[in-house]
Design a protein around this ligand. Structure first.
Ligand SMILES: [Mn+2]
Length: 437
């Protein structure tokens, strides 16, 4: 396999390799992003699969990137859809996103059973799973854990999959940075043709989105992110500024395009698409960027905890659906996912006061399953969260509201530590739940 274009054009054959009985008994390498299936995860899984394929040489079959979401869920991620369609088309991938493998393309139970025997069912088959942008399989995919061979991630180490032979967990702004760095090393041995212009833009886009365009105020980007952004930006074919503005350019202004002239413009187009969520139903808002964990407490009980990240400020959502509407939607989400504890992180830019500038902020909504938690446990969790320094929670509706909230099972907070994303919030929640007795 030579070049990213060849890798992209071979994606269409992956369905057959995963498909029928017997077809997948040979060695198989899957590269899986995290269950939020955000841009970073999708890009990292595609590009790490490419890097592994290059490194393995021509003898082995290509590693298969697997998007950790259902195919239909791509409709909730217009920024991913645009970036992937553009990149895959530029590389000659005929069906674009249609050629990618999604969770619903794989019969996980059948596959893990087939490969469970040492050496695989056919004797020479072996299933290797690489996790990117997470370091422990989602609870729904726990059956994959014994097959995890490698990890490339930038989250807090959950201490799982210690048997993996490659375990790279580095706190940088974007997992795509780690994948880019790995690819950059490959250019030393495999030549500069390893990274072409569309691939550079693909990686660059993921890093920019995850680091808010390397904005120091967001406190995401590290030196490694900045270094790799510089390198990738030098490889992209940027649109040259036009001498005169053609009249039909104005007519096309509403159709987003990634044919842009700078990193700032690339970020702006994708960030705008990503933030376009106000038309989504409450359920779609909750499931769009969602992760779920099993967390044991001090009494030995296992809590099912779900955290939704929503690019929509609570103030706007309250105005649209009302407090009761949000509580009903979160309650239905808790029931449908079988959660004990649900957290909804709403974030984005909003005006603090009429006529003022838009300021980036965060809110946190905490809700419990009424049947599976006791008032005492809820109190311990809320107390723990209020005391968590990395959150800086203040009651959203002012003092006195929290007692009512607790009886209802839903609490609304302003999160004053706005730099804490789910990467910081989940470890804090995990520690609070672990202390419940
Ligand atoms: Mn990430």
């Amino acid at each position: 396999m030579r070049g990213f274009g060849a890798f992209v054009r071979a994606l269409a054959g992956n369905a057959a390799r995963l498909g029928g009985r017997g077809a997948a008994d040979g060695p198989l390498t899957l590269v899986l992003g995290n269950e939020s299936a955000d841009l970073d995860s999708i890009v990292s899984s595609i590009v790490l699969a490419y890097a592994l394929t290059l490194a393995a040489g021509s003898g082995a079959g290509a590693a298969i990137p697997v998007i950790n979401a259902r195919r239909a869920d791509m409709a909730l991620r217009p920024e991913c859809d645009l970036l992937l369609q553009t990149t895959l088309a530029a590389e000659g991938g005929g069906s674009g996103v249609g050629d990618l493998t999604f969770l619903d393309d794989i019969d996980l139970a059948a596959m893990t059973q087939r490969y469970a025997a040492p050496g695989g069912a056919s004797g020479d088959g072996r299933l290797d799973v690489w996790l990117v942008d997470h370091n422990a399989p989602a609870s729904r995919l726990a059956a994959l854990e014994p097959f995890v061979r490698g990890i490339v991630d930038h989250h807090v180490d959950e201490g799982r999959c210690l048997h993996a032979t490659w375990r790279q967990i580095t706190p940088v702004g974007s997992c795509a940075t780690l994948v880019a760095a790995r690819l950059r090393e490959l250019t030393h041995t495999a030549g500069p043709g390893v990274v072409d212009a569309p691939l550079a833009k693909l990686l660059l886009a993921a890093i920019l989105v995850d680091t808010s365009n390397l904005n120091p105020a967001a406190q995401r980007a590290t030196g490694t992110d900045i270094e790799n952004v510089d390198w990738l930006a030098s490889l992209v074919d940027w649109r040259q500024p036009a001498a005169t503005v053609a009249s039909d350019a104005d007519a096309d202004a509403d159709i987003p395009s990634l044919d842009v002239g700078s990193t700032a413009e690339l970020y702006r187009v994708l960030d705008k698409l990503k933030g376009h969520v106000s038309h989504l139903s409450a359920e779609d808002l909750l499931r769009k960027d969602y992760k779920q964990w099993e967390v044991p407490d001090a009494a030995g009980r296992v809590w099912t905890v779900g955290i939704s990240s929503v690019s929509y400020r609570l103030r706007k959502w309250l105005k649209r659906d009302g407090r009761a509407g949000i509580e009903t939607a979160v309650g239905a989400w808790i029931a449908s996912q079988g959660l004990d504890l649900a957290l909804v992180m709403t974030h984005g830019k909003a005006k603090e006061a009429k006529g003022g500038d838009k300021v980036y902020g965060r809110d946190l909504t905490v809700a419990f399953a009424p049947g599976s938690t006791t008032p005492g446990q809820r109190e311990q969790i809320l107390q723990g969260l209020r005391g968590a320094e990395c959150l800086g929670l203040r009651s959203y509706f002012g003092s006195g509201a929290s007692a009512d909230d607790q009886a209802l099972g839903t609490c609304f907070f302003a999160q004053t530590r706005t730099e804490s994303s789910r990467k910081q919030v989940f470890p804090a929640v995990k520690a609070v739940v672990a202390a419940v007795s």
